[in-house]
Structures are given as C-alpha cells and as structure tokens.
Design a binder for this molecule. Structure first.
Ligand SMILES: *[C@@H]1O[C@H](CO)[C@@H](O)[C@H](O)[C@H]1NC(C)=O
Ligand SMILES: *[C@@H]1O[C@H](CO)[C@@H](O)[C@H](O)[C@H]1NC(C)=O
Ligand SMILES: *[C@@H]1O[C@H](CO)[C@@H](O)[C@H](O)[C@H]1NC(C)=O
Ligand SMILES: *[C@@H]1O[C@H](CO)[C@@H](O)[C@H](O)[C@H]1NC(C)=O
Ligand SMILES: *[C@@H]1O[C@H](CO)[C@@H](O)[C@H](O)[C@H]1NC(C)=O
Ligand SMILES: *[C@@H]1O[C@H](CO)[C@@H](O)[C@H](O)[C@H]1NC(C)=O
Ligand SMILES: *[C@@H]1O[C@H](CO)[C@@H](O)[C@H](O)[C@H]1NC(C)=O
Ligand SMILES: *[C@@H]1O[C@H](CO)[C@@H](O)[C@H](O)[C@H]1NC(C)=O
Ligand SMILES: *[C@@H]1O[C@H](CO)[C@@H](O)[C@H](O)[C@H]1NC(C)=O
Ligand SMILES: *[C@@H]1O[C@H](CO)[C@@H](O)[C@H](O)[C@H]1NC(C)=O
Ligand SMILES: *[C@@H]1O[C@H](CO)[C@@H](O)[C@H](O)[C@H]1NC(C)=O
Ligand SMILES: *[C@@H]1O[C@H](CO)[C@@H](O)[C@H](O)[C@H]1NC(C)=O
Length: 720
C-alpha cells in the first residue's frame, strides 16, 4: 500500500519535472536588445548588485524578471530590493513588451523623462512609489493600456498635467499622494491652451484617485464627475477650494470621499444621499457651511461620517440616523450645530465614537445611549449640556467607554458626590476623563478611586475645594493628573509620589498605545500652563498649580522618577526645594513659581538634562543659582522675585563670602542634623532600590517603551 503510494508520487514527480522542462525551454530565450537594456539599467544602480550576469544573457531567469512565451520581458518586479541610483531615461526603453514595472520601496532618484516611457506602450502597472524621484511628471504615459499608476511618496513637484490622462482610458488607480505637487488641480485650464481634451473625465475606468498630502490648490476639476467608475477620491491635506459640486451624485460608485484639511466651502450637495455606496466621508477641517442635507439619511452604508471643524449649522435633532445602521464614527465637532443629541443616533448599534464638542447643543444625556454597546469615545465638551450627575449615572454603565471628554459642558454644576453615586460601580474601562472648564463645585469624590483603568484625569479650571485625596496615588494606571486652577487645599499627599506608572518603567511600558478614535483638540487646554508646549497634554505629569496647597514639597517625590512634568506654581508651598527632585531624570517641566519656598536651589538640579521649562520665580529662595548648563540657559524671569538669589542669569551678582555661606549652611542643615541621619541612610537605600530598578528596567525595556511612547506622541500630533 505504502510502496504503491510512493511509486505514484515518484511518477507524478517525474511528470512534473518533464513538464517544467518543456515550459522552461519554451520561455528561456531572452532577446539580445532586452538583455543589454536590462544590463544598462543595472549598471546605473550603485548598490546592492542585482547579480544579473551578461555571461549567457539568460535574462528571463534573472531575479525579478518575467518573460512571456516568446521570450519578451513582460515584468520587472524589484520592490524593496534596496536599489540605489539614478533612473536613466533610456535604460528601459527597449523593453517594448513590458506590462508590469514595480520598483517601489527603493532609493531610486532622478526624474522621469517622457523618453523613459516612450517605448513602454504596453505598460499596465507602474509602481514607483516610495523612492526619491523628483521633477515634474512627464506630459503623458505612452501606453493606452495603463491601469495602475502609483507614484506616491516621492518628491515629484509641479502640476499634475491633465494630458497625463489623455491616453489613460483604462486607468483604474492613480496614486500620487505624498509628493510636493504645487500646481493647481484644475484640469479645466486645458481649455485655455486650446486643448479641448478633458483630463480625468477621459478616465472612464478610473476607480481610485489619490493625490493627498501635496500642495495642490485650485478647484476640483469639474470633469472628475465624469469618471463615473470612481470609488475613491482621496485628496486630503491640500489647499483645494470651491464647492463640492452637485454633479458628484453622478459618481454612483463612490465609497470614499476623503477631502479633509482643504478649503472647500459652500454647502454639501443636496442630493448627497443619492450616493448610496458611500462608506467613508472625511471632510474635517474645511469651510463647509449650511445644514446637513436631509438626503444624508439615504447613505445607509456609511461607516464614518467626519465633518468636524467646519461652519455647518442647523438643528441636528431633526436628523434621522436610524437608517445609518453601519455607522461607527460620527464627528460633528466644532461647528455651529444646535438642538439636542438626536435620539435616532442611539439606534446606530455599531457606533464606536461620537464627537459633538464645540457646538451649541443642549439637553441631557438619555439612558438610551446605553444601547451603544461599542461606544468607546464620547466627546461632548463645550456645549450647553446639563445634569452631570444624571449623565454620570447613565454613562458609568457604558462598558466599552475609554475616553469621556466633557470639559466646558455642565457649567456651574456640582461634582456628582458620593451620596449621588451610592454603590458606584462603573466606568470599568475608562482611561481618559476630562471635566475641565466646567466651574464645578464640590470635592473630589471617592467614587473616582474605583476607576482602576484611569490614565489621564483632567479637572482643571473648576471650583473644586477640599484636599487632594491620597487614594489617587493607588490608581494603578494613572500617569497624568491635572487639578490646576481650583481651590484645592491641604498638603501634597505623599501617597501621590508612588503612582506605579511613575515608578516602574516596566509598568509604563505596559501602557498600550492609546489612540483617540476622533481628533481631539485642547481637551486638556486648561492645564496648558506652558502654552508653548503644544503636546503638553501628554506627559507623565502632576499638575496642581493655582490652588491653595500648603506645607512642604514631599521628599518622596524623588521616587516618581519617570515624571516628566511637575507643576506646583501659585500655591502656598513652604520649606525647601528637596534635593530628591534631582532623581526625576526625565523631568522636562518644573514649575514651583509663586509659592513660599525658601533655602537654596539644590546644586543637584543642574543634572536634570531634559529640562525645557523651569520656573522658581516669586519665592524666598537664596544663595547662588547652581552653575550647570541647564539652569543657566533659562531666562532671568525663571528666577526673579527671589531677592536673595544671585548669579547668572540674574544680574544680581553673588557676594563671595556671604552667599556661599548661605549655600554651605543650607547643605549642612540638610545632611548633618543628628535626628536626620537615619533618614539619610533610608533614602540612600531607597534611592538605590529605585535606581537599580530604573537602570535594569530601562536596559531591558527602555527601547520598546520609548518606541511605543513616541508612536503615541506621533499619533496625537497627527491629530492636532
Ligand atoms: C536599444 O536598442 C537600440 C537599437 O537596437 C540600441 O541602439 C540601444 O543602445 C538600446 N538601448 C539600450 C538601453 O540598450
Ligand atoms: C548577490 O550575490 C551575492 C553573493 O553571491 C549575495 O550575497 C547577494 O545576496 C545577492 N544579491 C541579490 C540581490 O540577490
Ligand atoms: C509592487 O510590489 C509590492 C511588493 O510586492 C506590492 O505590495 C505592490 O502591491 C506592488 N504594486 C502594484 C501596483 O501591484
Ligand atoms: C484598454 O481599453 C481598450 C478600449 O478602450 C480595450 O480595447 C483594451 O482591451 C483595453 N486594454 C486592456 C489591457 O484592458
Ligand atoms: C497611496 O499612496 C499613499 C502614500 O504612499 C498610501 O498611504 C496609500 O495607501 C496609497 N493608496 C492606495 C489606494 O494604494
Ligand atoms: C461629461 O460627459 C458628458 C457626456 O457623458 C459630456 O457631455 C460632458 O462634456 C463631459 N464633461 C466634461 C467636463 O468632460
Ligand atoms: C450627470 O448626469 C446627468 C444625467 O445623468 C447628466 O445630465 C450630467 O451631464 C452629468 N454630469 C456630468 C458632470 O457628467
Ligand atoms: C431617500 O431615498 C428614497 C428612495 O430613493 C427617496 O424616496 C427619498 O426621498 C430619499 N430621502 C431623502 C430625504 O432624500
Ligand atoms: C456660528 O454662528 C454665529 C452666529 O450665529 C457666528 O457668529 C459664528 O461665526 C459661527 N461659528 C462658526 C464656527 O461657524
Ligand atoms: C438628571 O438625570 C437623571 C437621570 O437621567 C434624572 O433622573 C434626573 O431627573 C435628572 N435631573 C434633572 C434635574 O433633570
Ligand atoms: C466660572 O465662575 C467664575 C466665578 O464665579 C465666573 O467669573 C466665570 O465666568 C465662570 N466661568 C464660566 C465658564 O461660566
Ligand atoms: C500660606 O501659608 C502661611 C503659613 O505657612 C499662612 O500664614 C498664610 O495665610 C497662607 N496663605 C494663604 C493664601 O493660604
């Protein structure tokens, strides 16, 4: 049985060999002209070698080459091969049967001359994306068979010539995103050249048109609406203007309309709803005005509807969202919408993200919102919503909610107290919670201590009284606290110095890269004590400035060695600046200004290499400012208002004996008191443990973590 099967296989194998021999003899012959053409192409490249040898010129067997039955080279497929060098205009000119040319993801440079394509009149697929090609596009491709053109992510400039499309009646995909095209995207300009040949309108097969991330200006070419097979129009991040024509309804196959970050104005086409295949609409950051067209409710396949940052208006409660059953993201942020949250929205079961902030909406959150089981992002800030307590009682049962941004709404109400929230058990997945600029009264309630996944808590610019609760320090994931601009009293709780995320790098590394589902603007702007810091909202940061906090800065703060921002300005702190601050090696922002701190500035602060913002002005500090590159680089204003402080950058020169004595006396006070001796050792040991963790942890995890962290920052930056 086994032997038989084996025999059968051997036969099959022999047959297969025979068959492949026949095939390979059939295709092996390579034309001499093509061979030398390819060798000339290879010779212009610097590295690495393509290993094509001229010995027998068997080019059909070379890596990356495919020939047809007659030995004509039809495909040149060398993506991501590390090719470097100039693409010479004639090198491929003799490959007259070439249909596929894919040289993407290399480092080719030079410009594309018309001659380059002159003989390539069979070309169907052209992919030169992700190279370093530059110059203007050739006036046209000579192949009328061209289907796919991807020249994205190069450095092409100039205009996109409409003649480029003249022959392109078979073109299905055109991607020139991410170049530096500076010309108009206005194909009608042809008319002035006496050339009546339309541009895109000729492309009756065009399905994908991508030219985003250039500097295109002008209008959308009117004949784009003649390319009725278009499924994707993607032109974000340009300077296009004008209205979106009503003719867009002719593009009945359109699924993606991505025009964010341009200057499109006028009203949305009234009959937009006729585009029944629309799935992704992103018109964020334009100047669109008027109301949403009622026909929109007929776009039943729509998945993302992003219309934030425009001048749209009208009562959104009138809109019926109930037929948009596929909707996952709705962004109407920063417009002039009025009314209440439409009830019909609650029937869009797949909704993940709702952005309604910065409008003139009013009313209360309804319990029906709980039918949105996937809701993870809800931004309602800067509206006139009321009944925060009611909202909290409802929303706490939103199991998927990650980000709840309510700043600037519910103005003047009370913080839902523990009596309001009896048996609180909710917000199990909440990671970002912002309630700034609400003028809320009351104290920080204990129910917040049950938000075990909370990472960022923003309650600045309210009228919160009472102390900073010590239990904040046990929230395992918290790394960002802003309570600035309130009337918080009491001392800085020592427990806050032990936030796990600020202590252990391995834990910090567990922080998943958090991505907001929708763009978020200044949701923490209230805490931007340093407006120059654009990204100041994302930091490992404790900000309790502008309150009534008293007592000393706890020496334990030195344990939070991952802290990047510590802002305690405008409070009533007294005592000295603890030497342990110098353990915060990642500190970028330190603000102790306008308090009653005394003593010297510890010389160890000079070792904080990442400090970008530093302010100890208006205290009672004395003695010389420690010399060290970092501290001297700040303006005198960072030190002013301390009459007994001296040395650069202040003009007040130090008097050799007296001021140095002050320094000495202070140092002695810190280190030599008898009762302080054991503490000194305990801190030394503690410091060692923390340091040991830090060093070992960072050796193992530092790079991954930093990578994730910068990815995170990049992501936020993208959305700014
Ligand atoms: C292409 O063919 C012509 C004529 O055979 C020849 O003169 C020319 O050198 C060839 N070009 C290349 C790049 O091989
Ligand atoms: C070319 O050959 C060298 C040596 O045989 C080899 O190391 C290299 O990987 C080859 N390059 C390519 C692109 O195949
Ligand atoms: C070019 O090759 C890359 C890598 O194989 C592939 O991802 C890409 O889709 C190809 N381009 C075209 C237009 O087929
Ligand atoms: C290109 O389109 C023409 C008609 O416009 C057609 O005859 C030809 O077969 C098409 N070529 C390819 C490769 O699809
Ligand atoms: C077009 O090019 C851009 C940039 O290279 C790329 O991100 C995008 O995915 C491409 N689109 C298509 C449809 O290939
Ligand atoms: C669009 O196509 C129609 C006929 O299908 C033609 O009459 C019109 O001139 C075309 N418009 C443009 C701008 O090419
Ligand atoms: C859109 O279609 C209508 C009728 O189907 C036609 O009259 C009109 O010319 C078309 N517009 C364009 C720009 O093709
Ligand atoms: C939605 O489409 C239906 C059927 O085509 C149509 O009768 C109705 O008027 C449309 N609704 C709106 C608001 O345009
Ligand atoms: C909103 O409408 C008011 C007038 O009602 C106008 O002054 C304001 O500029 C509008 N804002 C936006 C963002 O359109
Ligand atoms: C606030 O909302 C809750 C829950 O929806 C509701 O029971 C309560 O009556 C509301 N309070 C006011 C003053 O509207
Ligand atoms: C907050 O309250 C203060 C003092 O009562 C008042 O001056 C301020 O205008 C209020 N802010 C808002 C946004 O209502
Ligand atoms: C600041 O604290 C001092 C005592 O350290 C106290 O005398 C003073 O009243 C406090 N000032 C404020 C504004 O709380």
């Amino acid at each position: 049985m086994l032997v038989q099967a084996y025999n059968l296989m051997a036969h099959a194998f022999l047959l297969f060999l025979l068959f492949s021999c026949i095939i390979s003899t059939n295709i092996h012959a390579c034309k001499q002209t093509e061979c030398s053409s390819l060798l000339s192409f290879a010779s212009t490249l610097s590295s690495p070698p393509l290993n094509w040898t001229s010995i027998d010129c068997d080019c059909c067997h070379w890596k990356g080459i495919t020939c047809d039955q007659d030995g004509w080279v039809t495909r040149l497929h060398l993506p991501s091969k590390g090719l470097k060098g100039d693409i010479s205009p004639f090198s491929l000119a003799n490959l007259t049967h070439l249909t596929h040319l894919n040289l993407s993801h290399n480092s080719l440079y030079g410009s594309l001359e018309t001659q380059f394509f002159f003989s390539l009149n069979q070309l169907e697929i052209l992919d030169l994306s992700y190279n370093r090609l530059f110059g203007e596009l050739p006036l046209s491709l000579s192949s009328s068979n061209i289907k796919t053109v991807d020249l994205s992510s190069n450095r092409f400039f100039g205009a996109i010539p409409s003649s480029f499309f003249q022959q392109a009646s078979n073109l299905t995909s055109f991607n020139v995103s991410n170049n530096i095209f500076t010309g108009l995207l206005d194909f009608s300009s042809n008319l002035f050249n006496g050339d009546l040949a339309p541009g895109l309108g000729k492309c009756s097969e065009l399905q994908v048109f991508h030219a985003g991330h250039n500097y295109l200006s002008g209008l959308l070419p009117e004949d784009i609406y003649n390319a009725t097979k278009l499924e994707e129009i993607s032109l974000p991040l340009n300077s296009l203007h004008g209205a979106i024509s009503d003719n867009i309804v002719n593009l009945s196959n359109l699924a993606t309309l991505d025009l964010y970050y341009n200057h499109f104005g006028g009203e949305l086409p009234l009959n937009l709803g006729k585009l029944s295949k629309l799935k992704f609409v992103n018109l964020d950051f334009n100047n669109l005005e008027g109301a949403l067209p009622p026909s929109l409710i007929n776009c039943t396949k729509i998945v993302e509807l992003l219309l934030g940052s425009n001048n749209l208006e009208g009562d959104i409660s009138m809109l019926d969202f109930s037929k948009l059953s596929q909707l996952t993201k709705l962004d109407l942020r920063k417009n002039n919408f009025t009314g209440t949250i439409p009830r019909s929205l609650y029937s869009c079961r797949f909704l993940k993200a709702i952005g309604l902030s910065e409008n003139h909406l009013e009313g209360q959150i309804e319990a029906e919102i709980l039918s949105l089981k996937s809701l993870s992002f809800l931004s309602l800030g800067y509206n006139r919503f009321t009944n925060l307590t009611g909202a909290m009682k409802i929303l706490m049962s939103c199991k998927s909610l990650h980000a709840l941004l309510l700043s600037g709404s519910f103005v003047g109400e009370g913080i839902p107290s523990d009596d309001d929230m009896v048996d609180f058990d909710g917000f199990q997945n909440l990671r970002v919670f912002s309630l700034a600029y609400c003028n809320l009264t009351g104290q920080i309630p204990v129910w917040l201590s049950k938000l075990k996944n909370l990472e960022m808590l923003v309650m600045s610019f309210n009228q919160i009284t009472g102390p900073i609760p010590s239990w904040l320090g046990i929230l395992p994931r918290l790394f960002y606290i802003s309570l600035s601009h309130n009337q918080i009293s009491g001392e800085f709780p020592k427990q806050l110095c032990r936030l796990p995320r600020l202590l252990y790098e391995p834990l910090a590394s567990q922080a998943n890269k958090y991505e907001f589902e929708l763009p978020v603007f200044g949701f923490m702007s209230g805490i931007q004590v340093f407006p120059s810091q654009k990204l100041s909202f994302y930091r490992l940061w404790i900000d309790i400035s502008n309150n009534n906090i008293v007592g000393e800065i706890p020496t334990e703060i030195g344990q939070s060695h991952l802290l990047q921002g510590l802002t305690l300005g405008y409070n009533n702190f007294s005592g000295i600046i603890p030497d342990q601050i110098s353990n915060l090696k990642n500190l970028e922002i330190l603000d102790f200004s306008t308090n009653h701190l005394s003593g010297i500035i510890p010389s160890s602060l000079a070792s904080l290499n990442f400090l970008k913002e530093f302010n100890v002005s208006y205290n009672n500090l004395e003695g010389p400012i420690p010399t060290g590159t970092q501290l001297q680089s700040f303006n005198a204003s960072a030190f002013e208002g301390n009459p007994k402080l001296c040395g650069a950058p202040l003009l007040n020169k130090c008097r050799p004996n007296k001021d140095m004595d002050a320094n000495k006396k202070n140092n002695n006070d810190e280190g030599n008191g008898h009762h302080q001796l054991p503490w000194f050792y305990i801190f030394a040991v503690l410091g060692f443990i923390v340091g040991f963790w830090g060093v070992c942890g960072s050796l193992v995890i530092n790079n991954t973590w930093r990578y994730a962290y910068f990815r995170f920052i990049d992501n936020l930056q993208d959305r700014l």
